[in-house]
Design a protein around this ligand. Structure first.
Ligand SMILES: Cc1ncc(COP(=O)(O)O)c(C=O)c1O
Length: 365
């Protein structure tokens, strides 16, 4: 049966909920973009019409994340998955391995890809504790010869999030921030390289944002295929080949929405409110709902939990789906439940979910 947007609460893990205001603006401008007589999708990526959108998106992104001078912003394709390979292709050399801190499935994927490219090493891991927390600085070994130290700021599948990033000293710190970029202020100056697939907090899929320190980029290898070399994209303002123009445009609309709603600080306080509601419902359920992650490391973006029996978990997910809660199933690799509450998921959706959790527990305890 056809549903209206009001009848659905979108907790998808990515692609995920986008701000309604951004979607409506895109609809308004879809067929005739700013009085040009054509859709932006029909415009050349070399046109002034698109160039303005592209540069506006970069400027807003820099403003919202307080990206200091000396950093490049790139809009690439291939998702965060391409960055798993492209980063080591550009920076890893014999004697200078990529060092990876293991915190769950996405860190594991990043390491697996890097291994195919060149030398790597594990700089720390909480695998023995089922990745229920991130390692402390004393559990991470950083060598001065490391090409970089890679962390995954938020493990989308496991629901564990770095609260303080490790001190990498003079070794370049790199982070996959796909699932929590723009959800909190970040000390960009502590990182040499940050990347994020757009389809959670930034916009539609098809765009990958990269923030890279120019000094770090200068160390990149030069014998890399043109399209896979960061230097190519820096030199061409991410316009070496045809970029995902419409995706970057929608990203700019999402950035405008974030700015109008208190910027990253506003997003963080809203995320704290939304996640606390759900974590409280888990913690106050007397073991009916079970959280997987140690409290201090719980993600503000992906709330992972289970129910006390597999039967109840199945029933919970089925009922939830039936009444309009979308995307509450855990990742197919781990099962369980997961509420992805990215920036655009309204507080009201989390309130409805908590009401349903209480009601379900009352009926099934
Ligand atoms: C933390 C993290 N890294 C990487 C990826 C892979 O992103 P993509 O599908 O854009 O390649 C995802 C996707 O969900 C993710 O959550």
């Amino acid at each position: 049966m056809a549903k209206t947007r009001n009848e659905v609460h979108n907790f998808n893990a990515g692609p995920a909920a986008l701000p309604l205001e951004a979607l409506e603006k895109a609809r308004e401008e879809l067929v005739n973009f700013k009085g040009s007589g054509i859709s932006l999708m029909e415009a050349s990526h070399r046109s002034k019409l698109y160039e303005d959108v592209h540069n506006h998106a970069k400027e807003l992104f820099a403003e919202l994340l307080s990206i200091p001078a000396g950093y490049e912003i790139l809009f690439l394709q291939g998702g965060a998955s391409l960055q798993f390979a492209m980063l080591p292709m550009n920076f890893v050399t014999e004697g200078h391995p990529g060092a990876y801190v293991m915190t769950g499935s996405w860190a594991d994927k990043a390491l697996s890809e890097a291994k195919k490219v060149g030398p790597t090493r594990v700089a720390g891991s909480t695998e023995a504790e089922k990745f229920h927390r991130t390692p402390s600085d004393s559990e991470i070994s950083i060598e001065s010869t490391d090409a970089y130290v890679h962390v995954t700021s938020n493990e989308t599948i496991g629901g564990v999030q770095w609260k303080d990033f490790p001190d990498a000293g003079s070794v370049p710190l790199v982070s996959d921030m796909s699932s929590d970029i723009l959800s909190r202020p970040i000390p960009v100056d502590r990182f040499s390289f940050i990347y994020a697939g757009a389809q959670k907090n930034l916009g539609p899929s098809g765009v990958t944002a990269v923030i890279a320190k120019s000094e770090f980029l200068q160390k990149a290898k030069t014998d890399v295929p043109t399209i896979l070399s960061y230097a190519t994209h820096v030199k061409n303002n991410s316009l070496y080949n045809t970029p995902p123009t419409f995706g970057i445009y929608v990203l700019s609309l999402v950035l405008e929405w974030v700015k109008e709603n208190g910027g990253v600080a506003g997003m963080e306080s809203l995320s704290r409110k939304k996640s606390s509601l759900i974590y409280d419902a888990i913690d106050e359920s007397d073991g009916f709902f079970v959280g997987y992650v140690d409290k201090a490391y719980r993600s503000l973006m992906n709330v992972t939990f289970g129910l006390c029996t597999p039967e109840l978990e199945k029933k919970f997910l089925e009922e939830a789906k039936e009444i309009g809660f979308m995307g509450l199933n855990g990742h197919r690799s781990v099962g369980g439940c997961r509420a992805s509450i990215y920036n655009a998921v309204p507080l009201s959706a989390c309130e409805r979910l908590v009401e349903f959790m209480h009601d379900f527990a009352r009926r099934n305890k």
